[in-house]
Design a protein around this ligand. Structure first.
Ligand code: PLP
Length: 393
């Protein structure tokens, strides 16, 4: 069960700490000397329930989750999150007010756009508050300043306001939550943290719901984490189905109905318990490493040295994202000279630096530097981007 420390910069599923995978591999075969693997037991057994409880406890500890919020897990990923957030949150608004209002989406890249499109497809009333492309020459790579859009939100009723904290494809990350939303007590902020959860500290009390697919910083694909205000759960329960029908809002499928999942301790239907166990091992690993604060400091250093290296060759590397919203997790860049892309990947591959190709919709390159990638690994990439520029400019 050995491997060389991987130096893979793929956007996801991402690399996980080797020692986590070693433990997971053992537990897949024989968990706690049960003579059975952790994936071979009932999701309602004592051992499985303990995995669910431990994962919740460890996540609460890592993110300092207040008692006002509940944690639960569901099958699926970010995309299933887009659908379930739209219908559950619309129901919460109906339950709270007896009326309906549109959800407002802050579009900063392709994932927030997809989430808006899904709300639309489901006939959940939704509108775009801003599309960042409109402020940046038709391309993602910028987050408009609050004075450019906050007025649109003031005094207007939204069922919730949605944003994606880190746009994985475009390498655009909100430096922090927009203050005008945080200051407005009427607004429930709903955020996709799929590609930056546990990469930096956040104040959970500011969010109505946090949704995060597991396969970047916290585990394997197949499971999604939700952190939700308990008052929102109560409002979803209050929503009258006849009224939802009247407003043309779909009732949420039962396995994605947040109050149902919470009441059944995340095991209303079969939760992939092995996948959750891997997630818990990642949580424990991070706690041992010093928690989110120390991981955040390391991530900042990793991103800083890589951006500095790329910035130091302005005639060679093109950086499409404004400095104010550059992602700490996904570093996106292109080459100014044409015809060198294949050579870049080939030369990187010779040094075992893999997974650097940009998303098919954007092109160029993307170095995803999630939690599991060490500073030493980033230093190898920094050395390479410098040498490649020197040799080919
Ligand atoms: N949201 C973000 C920020 C993502 O990066 C991704 C996938 O990469 C998704 C949502 C969609 O996740 P999934 O593929 O699990 O549906």
């Amino acid at each position: 069960l050995e491997r060389e420390e991987p130096t893979h910069f793929g956007a996801g599923p991402a690399q996980l700490p080797t020692e986590v995978l070693q433990q997971a591999a053992k537990d897949l075969i024989n968990y706690n000397n049960l003579g059975l693997g952790i994936g071979e037991i009932s999701h309602r057994s004592k051992d499985a329930t303990k995995v669910i409880e431990d994962s919740k406890l460890h996540l609460k500890e890592l993110m300092n989750i207040p008692d006002t919020h509940e944690v639960f897990f569901m099958q699926g990923g970010g995309t299933t999150g887009f659908s379930s957030l739209a219908t559950n949150l619309a129901a919460a608004y109906v339950g709270k007010t007896g009326t309906i209002a549109p959800a407002g989406y802050l579009v900063t890249g392709s994932w927030s756009l997809k989430s808006y499109q899904e709300a639309n497809r489901l006939h959940v009333p939704a509108e775009i508050i801003f599309n960042a492309k409109d402020y940046h020459g038709g391309k993602f790579g910028y987050i408009p300043k609050e004075e450019e859009w906050c007025d649109k939100v003031k005094g207007k009723k939204y069922s919730f306001v949605y944003l994606c904290e880190n746009e994985t494809v475009h390498g655009v990350e909100w430096p922090k939550l927009p203050q005008c939303l945080v200051d407005d007590n009427e607004i429930e902020i709903v955020a996709d943290l799929s590609s930056d959860i546990l990469s930096r500290q956040v104040d959970v009390s500011q969010y109505g719901v946090i949704m995060a697919g597991a396969q970047k910083n916290i585990g394997l694909a197949g499971l999604t984490v939700y952190i939700i205000k308990k008052s929102i759960l109560k409002n979803i329960e209050k929503a009258d189905e006849t009224q939802l029908h009247e407003f043309g809002i779909p009732v949420t499928p039962i396995a994605s109905d947040y109050p149902t999942v919470v009441k059944n301790n995340s095991a209303y239907n079969t939760i992939p318990i092995f996948t959750l166990h891997v997630m818990d091992l990642v949580f424990q690993h991070l706690i041992k490493k010093g928690g989110v604060a120390s991981q955040e400091a390391e991530n900042k250093t990793k991103a800083k040295i890589l951006y500095e290296a790329l910035d130091s060759y302005p005639d060679f590397y093109n950086m499409p994202v404004e400095k104010s919203c550059r992602s700490t997790m996904n570093v996106v860049f292109t080459l100014k000279k044409e015809g060198l892309d294949d050579k870049f990947l080939e030369e990187a591959g010779k040094r075992k630096l893999t997974g650097l190709k940009g998303h098919r919709s954007v092109g160029g390159f993307r170095a995803s530097i999630y939690n599991a990638l060490s500073l030493a690994t980033i230093e190898k990439l920094v050395k390479f981007v410098k040498e490649f520029a020197e040799e080919n400019q």
